[in-house]
Design a protein around this ligand. Structure first.
Ligand code: DO4
Ligand code: MG
Length: 294
C-alpha cells in the first residue's frame, strides 16, 4: 500500500487502485496511531480516484525533519577514507563503520527538500558533487517506523573530504535532498535482496549506473531509529536516510542538466534534474511551496 502527497490531496494506492484520503493535514495523517489500518479502511471502500492521474506528486514531507545515517555500507566507508586521507580524516570513517554508535547527521528541513520531478542542486563552490541513493524511513512522533521512501542525499565530496568538520556544508543546502515518490506503508523494511539502483543520464545517455542491495546495509533500520530518538523528540516525526552503498568513481562529478533516477522497486522511482546557481534558492525559499498542501 502506497501513500502519495499531491497538489490535489492525499491518495492511497493498492493493486493499481487509487483512493482519496479525507485528511487536510499531512502531519496529522502520518502521526495517526495505526496509520496502516486507517489507510486499509479507505482502500477497502474501493473508491478508486481518477483525480490522481492529473495530480502533481509532491515530496512526502511538511513539518518533518530529515536526518541521515552515514558510513553504513562498506563502499561508503572506503570512499570516505580515500577522499579525506590528506586531511587526516580517513581513520574516523573506519572507526565509525565498526563502532556500535552510528553516524547520524541532520540533513534537511522540508523547504530544502525536492519532490519527484523537481530540481536538485549542486553547490557552486563545490567541484565534486554526487547523488547518494538511500532507502529512507518515515518515523512517527512515537519513534515507530510507519513507512519507507526513496531518498537522495546530494553531497559535495570535495568539501567533506577537505575536512570532516565541513560535513554540514557538504550535505545541507537548498535542494540538497530529494524524497519520494510515495510512502510504502509498513514497519518492516523491504527484503534484504531488494536492489537500490541509480542511473545518471547526461544528454540522454547513461553516464553512470550502479546497484546495491539492502543486504549490504550494516545496521538495521530499527537500530538507527533507536539512536536517532535517544534524547531527541520529533513532534511531527522524521525521515531518516539510511546511507549509501553506491559511490561513483572518483572521476565522476554531477553537472547541470544531469537526470538522476533512483529506483527501489517496492517503492518506485525518484527522478530529478540537477541545476546549479542561485535562481532556485529563491524558489526553494518560497513559503508558498510548503503551503501547496499542508
Ligand atoms: O560521513 C559522511 C557522510 C556519509 C554518508 O552520507 C553516507 O554514507 O551515505
Ligand atoms: Mg549519504
Amino acid at each position: 500500500m502506497k501513500l502519495y502527497r499531491t497538489d490535489k490531496g492525499f491518495y492511497v494506492e493498492q493493486d493499481g487502485r487509487y483512493s482519496s484520503v479525507p485528511s487536510d493535514s499531512w502531519d496529522a495523517l502520518i502521526a495517526q496511531d495505526d496509520l496502516q489500518a486507517y489507510l486499509h479502511s479507505i482502500v477497502d471502500k474501493g473508491e478508486a480516484t481518477e483525480g490522481f492521474t492529473s495530480a502533481k506528486i509532491l515530496a512526502p514531507i511538511v513539518s518533518q525533519e530529515v536526518w541521515a545515517a552515514g558510513v553504513t555500507y562498506y563502499r561508503s566507508r572506503s570512499a570516505r577514507m580515500e577522499e579525506s586521507k590528506s586531511a587526516g580524516g580517513g581513520d574516523f570513517y573506519d572507526r565509525v563503520y565498526a563502532a556500535e554508535r552510528p553516524e547520524l547527521f541532520f540533513k534537511a528541513t522540508a523547504s530544502r527538500v525536492s519532490g519527484p520531478g523537481d530540481h536538485v542542486r549542486i553547490r557552486s563552490d563545490a567541484a565534486w558533487s554526487v547523488p547518494e541513493p538511500e532507502l529512507t524511513l518515515l518515523i512517527n512522533p512515537r519513534g515507530k517506523i510507519v513507512g519507507f521512501t526513496v531518498g537522495n542525499d546530494m553531497s559535495s565530496r570535495d568539501i567533506e573530504g577537505e575536512n570532516p568538520l565541513y560535513l554540514p556544508q557538504a550535505k545541507v543546502y537548498d535542494r540538497s535532498c530529494a524524497l519520494g515518490p510515495c510512502i510504502l506503508i509498513g514497519s518492516e523494511p523491504p527484503p534484504t535482496a531488494t536492489p537500490i539502483r541509480i542511473e545518471i543520464l547526461r544528454n540522454g545517455s547513461a553516464e553512470f549506473s550502479g546497484v546495491t542491495t539492502l543486504a549490504e546495509l550494516k545496521r538495521t533500520p530499527s537500530t538507527l531509529v533507536e539512536y536517532l530518538f535517544r534524547e531527541n523528540s520529533f513532534p511531527f516525526g522524521a525521515f531518516l536516510l539510511t546511507g549509501t552503498g553506491i559511490v561513483p568513481p572518483d572521476s565522476f562529478t554531477l553537472a547541470a542538466g544531469d537526470r538522476i533516477r533512483i529506483t527501489i522497486d517496492p517503492i518506485g522511482t525518484l527522478e530529478n534534474e540537477v541545476v546549479q546557481g542561485t535562481a532556485l534558492v529563491v524558489e526553494g525559499l518560497n513559503p508558498q511551496r510548503s503551503l501547496e498542501r499542508s
